[in-house]
Design a protein around this ligand. Structure first.
Ligand code: SF4
Length: 269
């Protein structure tokens, strides 16, 4: 078991636009549950910028540490895959990339977070989600008692930066389709227990569905990603870059992440 002290957790949640994290009427002695709070408690906990005026007890958000899996990452298969990615010239994005961004994290992770593709800073550093959006993602992870590199893998649909006139742009559906087999192979190797799609580009590519679908129509549902004979629960939320531009979406994003945590908790795997 591990807990995040209240002050630290509240700081992370404040970054998500959430300043109240309390469960009303719970005796202090019962305030530390053995598992994640039930859905109703999580919903109660998500109240934007409300001062706690009643007698309330803080909920310590406790999550079981990842049980070491019998699955040992297949080093040879990873080496082969990364070699292919690092030398890939399958689409024209190879011509303008500075660095390829295959992904980063725990190859035996329960959690896989997927974005659309590297931007300027990621292209410079070779790592997904750096810069301001990366900091926000890290804070989102911390609010979930997760952190980059530990039980979390972070990847993108495309591995090379898509840009136009020097500015980041959304990868096209064709670019996404060409690069997607790399992510499919990463998923097959990682065997995550849950996938969080960050933004519509990632969601539609993973679900092999049209970008005409709105993100709001896809959120708040449990989808499934088929990897071989495994169906992996998939939750869709906003991309951190969107949340930086639209902070009022942070609470909805937190609700999505709570749904993902509950899904994993209830899956019993
Ligand atoms: S975006 Fe993907 S398919 Fe295109 S060159 Fe990069 S690694 Fe290859």
């Amino acid at each position: 078991m591990r807990t995040l002290d209240d002050a630290t957790r509240l700081a992370y949640l404040k970054e998500m636009g959430i300043t109240l994290w309390y469960q009303r009427g719970v005796p202090a002695d019962d305030a530390v549950p053995e598992a994640l709070p039930p859905a109703e408690s999580l919903s109660q906990a998500i109240s934007p910028d409300t001062s706690p005026s009643e007698t309330v007890s803080p909920v310590s958000f406790v999550q079981a540490d990842k049980t070491p899996s019998a699955d040992v990452p297949d080093t040879a298969a990873w080496d082969q895959l990364l070699d292919e990615i690092n030398h890939c010239q399958n689409c024209h994005l190879c011509q303008t990339r500075n660095r390829i961004v295959p992904g980063v994290g725990d190859r035996n992770a329960d959690w896989l977070f997927v974005g659309e593709g590297p931007g300027y800073f990621e292209d410079q550093q070779g790592e997904p989600f750096v810069g301001r959006s990366g900091k926000l993602l890290d804070n989102m992870l911390a609010g979930m008692l997760l952190k980059r590199g530990s039980n979390v893998y972070i990847a993108n649909i495309v591995k090379c930066r898509a840009s136009e006139a020097g500015k980041d742009r959304q990868p096209t559906e064709e670019e996404s389709a060409i690069c997607m087999p790399f992510l499919e192979r990463q998923i097959a190797l990682i065997k995550p227990k849950i996938i969080v799609a960050l933004g519509k580009t990632a969601a539609t590519a993973l679900l092999n569905t049209s970008r005409e679908n709105s993100l709001s129509s896809m959120r708040r549902k449990i989808h499934y990603y088929q990897s071989g004979d495994r169906q992996i629960p998939l939750v869709i939320t906003y991309h951190p870059s969107y949340l930086l531009r639209t902070p009022q979406g942070k609470q909805q994003a937190w609700e999505d992440l709570c749904m993902a945590m509950e899904t994993l908790e209830n899956s019993g795997v």
